[in-house]
Design a binder for this molecule. Sequence first.
Ligand SMILES: [Zn+2]
Length: 281
Amino acid sequence: MKLTMHCTGTCKQLESLSMRGGKWKSIAFPGLFAMIEHPSEGLILFDTGYSPRFAEATRRLPYALYRWTTPVDTEGYLSAAEHVKAAGYVPEDVTSVIISHFHGDHICGLGDFPNAKLICSKAGYESVAALKGLAAVKRAVLPDLIPPDFEARASWVEQCPEADLPAVCRPFERGRDLFGDGSVTAVDLSGHAAHQIGVFLRGTDGTPVLLGADASWSAQAVRENRLPSPPAFILFDGRRDYKRTFGNLVELQRRQPGMRLLFTHCAEAWELCGKEGIELP
Ligand SMILES: [Zn+2]
């Protein structure tokens, strides 16, 4: 199994917002997604990042508010479908897309993989499926990015078998075994978005790798136990859940300093997995 992470564009945000004690300076955060080349399941994506669809979906008000409050730059970056081609595949080769949550910067590419099963939390989907207009923008949801045949292609995490995680994943104890072989186990990372999920990938030497989506903006924030600034919590679905999830990640990293926690907007994750990627058993 091989894991690589790819950048589809950047978004601008105050560093101080993403991490307490950060600079009051707007910095560019990468918008990553992950490609998992799985020995029996084929090509799996974890989220799909930005694509030209983002500009289309935010052309009109009120959806343009998303673009104005979080400026996005996709110039010079490939979309997920283009990254798939650059890796020697065609978009039809993608067998599954795991969706961490439904924020616009994670699902722009959903419409580009016609054969993919769309794996997500049913509760997470139901919390956004009916949102339109301002109510959608407030939750960073752009309805045009959800393909019309979504429900027909969806596979719900809640229906996957429960599985015990190895002791190295404490305080995370149980998850959902997505492919029935223990290679990819989904865990609840609620808070940033309601019912957001992350996945533990079985690692070499017994230490899994965590794809943590937006549970933190960076690995540094988790290592140094620095929550986002209070104003950032306005953007989250659940303040208390965010703090609980973040606390669990801090505890995980404290117990396993060598474990790689890879977040969607973290430059370190891109550096670590951007080129060669990581070989997993
Ligand atoms: Zn998000």
